[in-house]
Design a protein around this ligand. Structure first.
Ligand code: OGA
Ligand code: ZN
Length: 329
């Protein structure tokens, strides 16, 4: 089949990171399940997972979203770095300057702002959970998703329950900086093209996540556009797995895999829906542990130490005292 290539290299942002391609297979190819069971990313074509939603644009959504309220994020630049200051210690929160702001608005208002947006304005990114407040038209499309396929995949992979579906509507050029999530993700593209640069959990050291108690927990501290190699020298060793997906494609983002996401420049706005699943129950533990299991352990150690010490300032000195000269070569 001829490749549908409706974007070109000039629409991709440039970074100082070597890239390899994420493989692409039809949904019924045995390679798909093979890669997913191995926690490796794969682009899945032909699944028709969200075929019933391929007509979702802001005008259609405006008509059918039943006036429900949506979360829209505003940013002064093209970067939308996630933060969570709810579960964060008050002293840390007091010093934190949020990089973006969240505003609730109706889809009609969002559509109007997209239409009237001009250069220099704050950029917008709608990120709204699909829940029971969306109108019957959307529910109708949602119920016609290819659930048979995705449910059997979930079963074969022994994943836990589906926790949520996030609807994402991004302006062209918007970037979600590099982070990892603690869930399995099937990311379905509906409109426009998105590019993912992903890194396996084993590259934890190259990506320098913020401390767990920080509002930017799970985010990389490295600014891909201006990497500070003095502070983050191991970023030089990072190798990204690149995937560009378009309407009808589904990308598997394995749990704990890092991902940087961009809506292509000059491609119009993008619409996507993701499917987040809890990890399955831990099977028999096999050694050596996998990269993501070690990341989970590190998170727990960090949390335990913080609880014991109380003051995040004391974490670094204690860890250094523990390691230096004893666990260093
Ligand atoms: C995700 C995610 C960001 C984006 O689905 O986990 O990080 O911009 N998405 O699509
Ligand atoms: Zn994510």
């Amino acid at each position: 089949m001829e490749e549908r290539r409706v974007w070109d290299e000039t629409q991709l942002r440039k970074y100082d990171v070597p890239l390899v391609y994420v493989p692409k297979y039809r949904y019924d190819d045995p390679k798909v399940q093979e890669l997913i069971s191995a926690n490796k990313p794969v682009i899945i074509t032909g699944s028709e997972l969200v075929a019933s939603a391929l007509n979702w644009d802001v005008d259609y959504l405006k008509e059918h979203m039943n006036n429900s309220n949506c979360t829209v994020i505003f940013s002064k630049n093209h970067k939308f770095k996630y933060f969570d200051d709810k579960s964060v210690r008050p002293d840390v929160k007091a010093k934190f300057v949020p990089p973006t702001r969240k505003v609730g608005m109706k889809m009609a208002e969002f559509a109007k702002r997209l239409r009237e947006w001009k250069k220099g304005d704050e950029r917008l990114y709608l990120q709204q959970m699909l829940n029971n407040t969306v109108g019957p038209g959307i529910v109708h499309d949602f119920l016609r998703f290819h659930w048979d396929w995705i449910n059997s995949l979930q079963k074969n992979m022994s994943w836990g329950p589906l926790t949520s579906n996030l609807l994402l509507i991004a302006m062209e050029g918007n970037v979600t900086p590099c982070h990892y999530d603690e869930q399995q993700n099937l990311f379905a593209q509906i409109r426009g093209f998105k590019r993912f640069i992903m890194f396996p959990p084993e590259q934890f050291e190259c990506l320098y996540p913020y401390p767990v108690y920080h509002p930017h927990d799970r985010q990389s501290q490295v600014d891909f556009e201006r990497p500070d190699y003095m502070k983050f020298p191991k970023f030089k060793g990072a190798v990204g797995h690149e995937a560009v997906i378009g309407p009808g494609d589904v990308l598997y983002i394995p749990i704990y895999w890092w991902h940087h996401v961009e809506s292509l420049m000059r491609g119009g706005y993008t619409v996507s829906v993701n499917f987040w699943y809890k990890a399955g129950p831990t099977e028999k533990i096999e050694y050596p542990l996998k990269g993501y299991q070690k990341v989970a352990i590190m998170r727990n150690v960090e949390k335990m130490l913080l609880e014991a010490l109380h003051d995040p300032q004391e974490l670094g000195p204690l860890l250094r005292a523990l390691v230096l000269g004893r666990y260093t070569e």
